[in-house]
Design a protein. Structure first.
Length: 303
């Protein structure tokens, strides 16, 4: 079977390039049906989802949203619970969904690196079962800081060995507070990138503003292996932020919605309203994702 990431549809200058959403969450049916039980089991999950109006989605809903929005492929993962067993339940669900829709879903694995051996074992198991990356990890929510080398060293070593990206939740440290806003921002993200220069990293949520600091050449040099996704950015920033960021990190900005928090179709409409050159748009909506997923796509194909 050919590797879709080697196909011309991955080329940045190809008008027919597939759109990739790099940041979506799907949850097992049991979590959708019994969310309050899971709120009792995980304080960070409760913070984000105990409100019954907070949207949760399963794989079928994501696939329907992709169909509606014209999204070809989504990187998708569950929720990074503190308990590795709950992470495992999410990973099983995501991996099975990706096996049912291998051309559409790219599975990432959640785990808790602060859980010690069981957390590492879960990441290893999920990668062995076809996960194409690790994340989205939630440092604060799962009870560790990005500076916690004892938690992250073994996981980063595993990711390097498997040659897969690691996606970390990072957010801005200014502005209003909201549920889930954590204390790990651009400073901590830069430190992590410097500690693990050989890991391919994805800092979610525009890296909390870190791309701006890439205008400092010494900072940029430390971030050459780092990608940023746009997850949930319309909730925080004016849309033009993406246009600025593309001038700062043109090859490393990934369009990601944070579905179901954001609707894919609406977010895409907003992106298309920006005055982006066709090649910029192509990179943002898929070209950069192809590079961020290099090598990992072939893992998916092998399964
Ligand atoms: Zn996040």
């Amino acid at each position: 079977m050919s590797n879709p990431f080697d196909s011309p549809r991955c080329a940045v200058d190809n008008g027919a390039m597939d759109i990739v959403d790099f940041h979506t969450h799907i949850m097992p049916t049991d979590i959708l049906r019994h969310r309050s039980a899971y709120c009792e089991r995980d304080a960070h999950f409760a913070l984000l989802y105990c409100d019954p109006g907070a949207r949760l989605a399963d794989a079928d809903q994501l696939l329907a949203s992709m169909e509606d929005a014209g999204v070809a492929r989504s990187v998708t993962f569950g929720f990074a619970f503190a308990d590795p067993d709950l992470c495992a339940a999410c990973n099983d669900y995501v991996l099975a969904a990706a096996q049912d829709a291998p051309e559409r879903l790219i599975p990432f694995a959640v785990t808790n690196p602060a859980a010690g051996a069981p957390g590492l074992a879960e990441a290893e198991r999920a990668l062995g079962a076809g996960a194409a990356g690790i994340g989205e990890l939630m440092p604060t929510g799962q009870g560790y800081a990005l500076a916690d080398a004892s938690a992250l060293d073994p996981l980063m070593a595993l990711a390097r060995e498997a040659d897969v990206p690691v996606m970390l939740h990072v957010n801005e440290q200014l502005g209003h507070t909201y549920p889930g806003k954590c204390d790990q921002g651009p400073r901590e993200a830069l430190d992590v990138a410097q500690r693990y220069p050989h890991n391919r990293l994805v800092f979610a949520h525009l890296g909390g503003g870190l791309p701006f600091y890439e205008l400092m050449p010494k900072v940029r040099a430390a971030l050459s292996n780092v990608y940023y996704d746009t997850a949930a950015s319309p909730l925080l920033y004016e849309d033009i932020a993406l246009q600025h960021m593309l001038t700062w990190v043109p090859e490393r900005l990934l369009w990601g919605s944070d579905y179901p928090l954001m609707r894919q179709s609406r977010f895409l409409r907003r992106v298309r309203r920006l005055a982006l050159a066709p090649d910029e748009l192509a990179r943002l909506l898929g070209g950069n994702a192809c590079r961020a997923l290099r090598n990992t796509a072939s893992r998916v194909e092998e399964v």
